[in-house]
Design a protein around this ligand. Structure first.
Ligand code: SIN
Length: 516
């Protein structure tokens, strides 16, 4: 039987879609091919610590969750989408519980909820500090049991395949390269779902894994599929300080929710007098304050004082964080943890409607690579896992109600092979240059001139990628770098198009009214 739906990405959004689609078809009935380049353990989904924001207690309300989301999103959310997703949160949690998810609860079975930045209530459903891994465990079992779901690993999706022109143009498949053999293949389906996750690797420090290179967004750019809000990159305020560039360990915001406090390098309270919510102010406010403290002091990090939590409570509530800190000689719950902001989440992405459909017929986008309208200019903490559960269910509901029909073609072998060694010295050097450029000029504190310089330098990098791909056209290192540079350009262009500061976009000269 031929593939009807291709899912690109093996994280929570992709799995939640495949699971719902299968369940809605009564356990089968639609053949789904899931393609992923990295094991799920190397995904943002798996690493998610905090949890799922959802209204599950009678003292909370949909209205409050909606208002918190809109406030943090700084006027840029689509309120209709926010309401729809928030309303569906309790059902998403109930489904996971029914499927065996072990969320933290008290002896009476009442869910224990955490408080995170921007929330007016404790409403984050979690499993210790490894909630993503717990949801992955449940969904992976479901996906494995799906008789018509095929999961193919080591598959790097290079591009979307489209057919037709103008209004008749549609997405009919994807071109992949097998990470083990380098063989290039075309796969066709009636619908393609991008669930490729984040893009944190575009910056020097990120809480994202190595695979988070913005692939889905880059494919959309090359296929002329509209994006939205790419300027809005959320920096998590408290990543564990690491001098080296690359992925860095997250100290969950729930740690501040449990009582930890941010301290300046000189030991004073960082957030005192800065925002009414103090240490639990929206992430963009906290990240900017930390960045300013770092710049002012010349010290590369600030401190997170964990003593208010206590060693025992910390180990019980955050065992994973306690372990990682322990390996660095830090006693969590007693000591101060050195922390710094790191690129964490792309609030914008591929523009979709309220069921994940993009402007290109046949193409859906779900999870972090999409811009559904939920996040606006900044994302409320733990709303991302909520979106990654609700929007795939919405997309599945819509897709099962449509006759999918057979794909246009079967698998097509291209007779091409790509060099998969990632050791190209020049590409690796350029990648670091781009990360430095984006961190310095398009990071937490931006300046219009800096953004313009970044745009010029990125163009030169994009040209070099094209030249390298033309000469050495079969090298993955250059293909991946080209994608990252294209996504970086989209971020910078979007940042330059902003006329006001909102959420995570902060241009110092706009703030001072120079460019009003
Ligand atoms: C955290 O645990 O601080 C991260 C949760 C999120 O990004 O929503």
């Amino acid at each position: 039987m031929e593939t009807e739906v291709i899912v690109v990405g093996g994280g929570i959004a992709g799995m939640a879609f495949a699971e719902r689609m299968t369940a809605l078809k009564g356990g089968g009935g639609v053949r789904i091919l899931m393609l992923s380049k990295a094991p799920v353990e190397a995904s943002n989904s798996y690493l998610a610590q905090g949890g799922v924001a959802a209204v599950v207690l009678p003292e909370d309300s949909v209205e409050e969750h909606v208002q918190d989301t809109l406030t943090v999103g700084a006027g840029r959310c689509d309120e209709r989408v926010v309401r729809m997703i928030v309303e569906r949160g309790p059902k998403a949690i109930a489904r996971l519980l029914a499927a065996g998810a072990r969320f933290d609860a008290d002896r009476e079975g009442r869910l224990q909820l955490a408080r995170e930045g921007g929330h007016s209530q404790a409403r984050v459903v979690h499993y210790r500090d490894t909630t993503g891994a717990e949801i992955v465990r449940v969904l992976r079992d479901r996906v494995k049991a799906g008789p018509m779901i095929e999961v193919a690993g080591h598959q790097y999706v290079m591009d979307l395949i489209t057919d037709g022109a103008g209004a008749a143009r549609r997405c009919i498949g994807v071109r992949t390269v097998d990470g083990r053999t380098g063989e290039v293949q075309d796969h066709y389906a009636a619908a393609v779902v991008l669930a490729t996750g984040g893009l944190g690797q575009i910056y020097r420090h990120t809480t994202n894994p190595m695979a988070a290179t913005g692939d889905g967004i880059a494919m959309a750019i090359r296929a002329n599929v509209p994006l939205r809000d790419m300027a809005f990159i959320q920096f998590h305020p408290t990543a564990l300080y690491d001098d080296e560039s690359g992925p860095t360990f997250l100290i969950s915001e729930a740690v501040r929710g449990a009582g930890a406090r941010l301290l300046r390098p000189d030991g004073g309270r960082l957030m005192e007098g800065v925002h009414p919510k103090g240490d639990l102010a929206p992430r963009n406010v906290v990240a900017r304050e930390i960045q300013r403290a770092i710049l002012r002091s010349g010290h590369p990090h600030v401190w997170l004082d964990t003593a208010p939590i206590g060693v025992q409570e910390f180990a019980k509530r955050f065992p994973n964080i306690a372990n990682v800190c322990g390996r660095k000689g830090i006693v969590a719950g007693r000591d101060r943890i050195p922390v710094m902001p790191a690129a964490h989440y792309s609030c914008g992405g591929i523009l979709t409607n309220d069921h994940g459909e993009t402007a290109l017929p046949g193409l859906f986008a779900l999870g972090e690579c999409a811009s559904s309208g939920l996040h606006g200019a900044d994302r409320l903490a733990s709303n991302s896992l909520l979106e990654a559960l609700v929007m795939p269910a919405r997309a599945a509901e819509v897709l099962v109600s449509r006759p999918l029909g057979p794909p246009l073609h079967g698998i097509g072998r291209q007779g091409m092979f790509l060099r998969m060694d990632l050791e190209d010295e020049r590409a690796a050097w350029l990648r670091k240059e781009m990360q430095e450029l984006m961190t310095g000029k398009a990071g937490i504190l931006r300046m219009t001139d800096g953004l313009k310089e970044a745009r010029r330098d990125l163009r030169a990098m994009a040209d070099e990628c094209e030249r390298a791909l033309a000469q050495e056209h079969l090298a993955w290192a250059w293909a991946e770098l080209r994608s990252m540079v294209q996504v970086a350009e989209a971020i910078v262009d979007s940042a330059l198009s902003q006329t006001t500061n909102a959420g995570t976009h902060w241009c110092e000269d706009l703030a001072q009214g120079v460019l009003s």
